[in-house]
Ligand binder design. Structure first.
Ligand code: NAP
Length: 254
C-alpha cells in the first residue's frame, strides 16, 4: 500500500503542452495516480490522438488553446473549470527550443521563444492561481530545465527563458504561498523527445551527453513522472519555490 502522503487520487490536473513528449508522459503519470487529467496543446487532432493513447489509464479530457495568448488562456481555464471541475494541479510544461548562434538570432524568434516558454507560465499560472488562491489550495509545477542553471553555445535565448522561469517560480511561491498554493519547478536534463530529436540523432552530441551524465544515458520521459507526482502531492505541502533537477546528476558534475 502506498503512503497517504502521496495519494493524489481524485484530484484534477491540467498539463499544458501535453499532446506529446514530456507533457504527455506527465499527464499519463498523473492519470495513473488517479487524477482526472486535462491535456492541452494547439492542435486538436494531435490532442485527440494523445487522449486516446492514455484513456485506459484514467479519466482524460482535452482543452485546445494557445498558452501564449492571454484571452485564449483566460477563456480556456474558465471553460476547463466549468466542464471538468476546479483545478487542483497545474503543470506549466508547454515549451519550445530554437537553436541558433546568438549573433544571428532574429527578433521575432526571441519574442516567440520568450512567449512560449515564459509568458505562457505567467498567463496560465495567474489564471489558474486566481481560482486556486480563492479556494485556499493548489499545486503548480513549472517545467524548468538543466538550462535554468547552465548553458552551452547556440541556446542563449532558451536558457534565458528557463532561468527566468526559475525566478518566476520563486516569485509565484512568494505571492501565492500565503494563500495555500505551492509552486515548484522541475528541471529535466537531456530527455529524448521531439524537441531534442536533432541532438539525439547527432552521434557526437549523444555520446557527449552519455559521457557528461553520471547516470550514463539520455533521460526518458518516464524518469520525470516521480518528481511531478511528489510535487503535486500532500507530501510536498511545505515544499515551495524549489527546483527539483531530474538530470541523471548532470548539474552536479564538471
Ligand atoms: P515537445 O516534444 O516539443 O512538446 C511540446 C508540447 O508543447 C507539444 O504538446 C506542443 O503541442 C505544446 N505547445 C507548444 N507551443 C504551445 C502553445 N503555444 N500553446 C499550447 N501548447 C503548445 O517538447 P518536450 O521535449 O516534451 O518539452 C516539454 C517541456 O520540457 C518544455 O518546456 C521544454 O523546454 C522542457 N524541457 C525539455 C527537455 C528535453 O530534453 N526534452 C529538457 C529540459 C526541459 P502543439 O505544437 O500541438 O501546440
Amino acid at each position: 500500500m502506498s503512503h497517504p502522503l502521496f495519494d493524489i487520487s481524485g484530484r484534477t490536473a491540467l498539463v499544458t503542452g501535453s499532446s506529446r513528449g514530456i507533457g504527455l508522459a506527465l499527464a499519463r503519470g498523473l492519470a495513473e495516480a488517479g487524477c482526472t487529467v486535462v491535456l492541452n496543446g494547439r492542435d486538436t487532432s494531435r490532442l485527440a490522438k494523445a487522449a486516446a493513447e492514455i484513456e485506459g489509464t484514467g479519466t482524460v479530457h482535452t482543452a485546445a488553446f494557445d498558452v501564449t495568448d492571454g484571452p485564449s488562456v483566460a477563456a480556456g481555464i474558465a471553460e476547463v473549470e466549468e466542464r471538468v471541475g476546479p483545478l487542483d494541479i497545474l503543470v506549466n510544461n508547454a515549451g519550445m527550443q530554437l537553436r541558433a548562434p546568438l549573433l544571428e538570432f532574429a527578433d521575432a524568434d526571441w519574442h516567440r521563444i520568450l512567449n512560449t516558454n515564459l509568458t505562457s507560465a505567467f498567463l496560465v499560472g495567474r489564471e489558474a492561481a486566481r481560482r486556486m488562491t480563492d479556494r485556499g489550495h493548489g499545486k503548480i509545477v513549472n517545467i524548468c530545465s538543466l538550462q535554468s542553471e547552465v548553458v552551452r553555445p547556440g541556446i542563449a535565448p532558451y536558457a534565458a527563458t528557463k532561468g527566468a522561469l526559475k525566478m518566476l517560480t520563486k516569485g509565484m511561491c512568494a505571492d501565492w504561498g500565503p494563500h495555500g498554493v505551492q509552486v515548484n519547478g522541475l528541471g529535466p536534463g537531456y530527455i529524448e523527445t521531439e524537441l531534442t530529436g536533432p541532438l539525439v540523432d547527432d552521434p557526437e552530441f549523444s555520446a557527449w551527453v552519455r559521457r557528461r551524465t553520471p547516470a550514463g544515458r539520455w533521460g526518458r520521459t518516464e524518469d520525470l513522472v516521480g518528481g511531478v507526482l511528489f510535487l503535486a502531492s500532500p507530501a510536498a505541502d511545505f515544499v515551495s519555490g524549489q527546483i527539483l533537477y531530474v538530470d541523471g546528476g548532470m548539474t552536479s558534475v564538471l
